[in-house]
Design a protein. Structure first.
Length: 543
């Protein structure tokens, strides 16, 4: 039987990110992926990495590679509503190009476009370059069992046909929405079917030469029954993802004429294009009953599914990796308590429900109906008026889909057993607006301490106690308590007016995942109880 510190089931982006985060922390792992390689097929999947994800990639040394992979900085990111590319213009939501966009307040990195068929191989290379990850392709998951000491995963080597048993203290299931690992663990999955859709990767040279509409990143096609398809730029050049919205019935691929559907969207018969690949998929909002079974955590689509209307699925999954990584590192290091495993689900499940619910709301706007839909194809004054009303409605209702900084940056871990609440009121949870706060459970505020150096850069591999002001508060008891249980703790003194204003207290304890665990002007009477709470060794509230 092989042995490894952590078994990661599934070598998609979330599985690879989990392995990369563990390696960044110095931990070995083994990844089991049933496919023969990474990025071997160009799939029409995710393409937007948000500000929070880029901030995480910055830690792993990947942010620059993603930013510079080749998506044109001057490509307009507008969203266009129309009946077809050569039909009626219904509305337009302008979104600045990368070149014209400013770094959002409170962020260290900007949102980037990077198609998943480019991003996944980047992750795989970064994982292999660490030398700490055993990435096993052609490894088909069979079963999982666990006891008080660890987890045993059995898989079949698809090359040799040999069955292999692998043993580890912990495992993370990242094997997708139809997760066999989740099923093997007996974890129920509650899902809401939104539609059966079909997406195609389409290659077309200089699309803007073939229609009179403004150039944009996404075109939504509106008909008498509402939005029936959309076309999104993949690389800012010649690759586009065309998606048929579908219905609650499975699409019969033998009867589907994808070429005809694309020509309908183009509004002309003579535009040359090539369909590289198309695939049916199930659009849903779903969540596992629990994100943890014993020593096994669920992450990514194994734990939650999200409509792509907003681009939150992959980003939420990578957030799972960032959250699980430091907790597993703490457990393997012997200083993390068993409460960390329970805290993982308590923290990440509400975020998944929040983000997927936002995406479902967007989808419902896409497919909503009104009397005006029936008139959008009609020429003349009545059609013009109907199109204007539909465009105004879509622009107002979908603002949060195109501007979702609050979704990516503003989630908080309310009620987590390893967060010590301070009784202060929560900031508004607006999908489009991010308000920085050092309230426990929130992501620690970003402040530039020097050119290119943020407060965020202080965090990642240990707990960090920030002490503010010209005369730092006494933190000796807290340092001693951390040392007594082996919890890594770095003390950083900051005499910076803006940072002091944002953090609001003389002392703020920040976790390795950048979230505030505790803050106060003085230490509690029992510093050991505080340390034991934030490291998962006792119940919250005891400190």
């Amino acid at each position: 039987m092989d042995e490894t510190p952590v078994i990661i089931i599934g070598g998609g982006p979330v599985g690879l990110a989990t392995a990369l985060d563990l390696a960044w922390r110095g931990r070995r792992s083994t990844v089991l992926e049933q496919d023969p390689g990474t990025g071997l097929v160009m799939l029409a999947k995710a393409g937007t990495l948000n500000e929070r994800t880029l901030e995480i990639l910055r830690r792993w040394g990947m942010a620059d590679a993603v930013a510079n992979y080749g998506f044109p900085d001057d490509f307009p990111r507008d969203n266009i509503y129309c009946t077809s590319l050569n039909g009626f213009l219904i509305g337009r939501d302008p979104v600045p190009s990368t070149r014209d966009r400013k770094l959002p307040e409170g962020c260290t990195e900007m949102l980037r476009k990077c198609p998943q068929f480019v991003f996944d191989p980047m992750l795989a290379k970064a994982v292999l370059d660490t030398g700490l990850v055993d990435l096993r392709y052609n490894a088909r998951f069979d079963d999982i069992a666990q006891d008080a000491e660890g987890v045993t995963v059995t898989y079949t080597d698809r090359t040799s046909g040999r069955r292999v048993a692998l043993r580890a203290p912990y495992a993370v299931a990242c094997d997708g929405s139809a997760s066999r690992a989740r099923e093997s663990l007996g974890i129920a999955f509650d899902g809401l079917l939104l539609s059966y859709s079909v997406s195609a990767m389409v290659k077309v040279g200089k699309l803007s030469d073939h229609h009179p509409l403004p150039e944009g990143e996404r075109y939504m096609f509106i008909g008498e029954q509402g939005t029936w398809a959309n076309l999104s730029s993949v690389d800012g050049k010649e690759l586009w993802r065309f998606t048929l919205i579908g219905s609650d019935h499975r699409v019969d691929l033998e009867k589907l004429d994808m070429t005809a559907e694309i020509r309908r969207a183009f509004g002309r018969e003579d535009i040359p294009f090539e369909v590289l690949r198309y695939m049916p998929w199930r659009r849903s909002q779903g969540v596992a009953r629990t994100f943890r079974a014993g020593r096994v955590l669920l992450a990514g689509d194994s734990a939650h599914t999200t409509s792509p209307t907003g681009g939150h699925g992959l980003n939420t999954g990578l957030g799972d990796s960032w959250g699980a990584g430091w907790m597993l590192d703490a457990l393997l290091g012997g200083w993390g308590g068993p409460g960390l495993l329970e805290a993982y689900g308590a923290e990440r499940k509400p975020v998944a429900i929040r983000n997927s619910s936002t995406s479902t709301r967007n989808f419902n706007v896409w497919t909503g109906s009104s009397e005006d839909w029936a008139l959008v194809m009609q020429a003349g004054a009545a059609g013009d008026a109907a199109r204007a009303r539909v465009g105004a409605h879509l622009s107002a209702s979908l603002y949060q889909e195109w501007h979702s900084l609050g979704v990516g940056m503003g989630y908080r871990y309310e009620g987590s057993p390893i967060i010590v609440a301070d009784g202060t009121p929560a900031t508004p949870d607006d999908p489009s607006v991010y308000i920085q706060t050092a309230r426990p459970g929130h992501r620690a505020p970003h402040v530039w301490l020097a050119p290119g150096r943020s407060t965020i850069d202080l965090f990642g591999k240990s707990f960090v106690l920030l002490r503010f002001g010209a005369t730092p508060a006494d933190s000796g008891p807290l340092e001693a308590a951390a040392s007594a249980c082996g919890m890594p703790l770095q003390v950083v003194d900051i005499d910076h007016p803006e940072a002091k204003r944002l953090y609001e207290r003389r002392m703020v304890l920040v976790r390795p995942d950048d979230h505030v665990a505790w803050r106060g002007d003085t230490l509690p009477a029992d510093a050991q109880a505080l340390i034991d709470t934030v490291r998962g060794a006792r119940q919250a509230g005891a400190a």
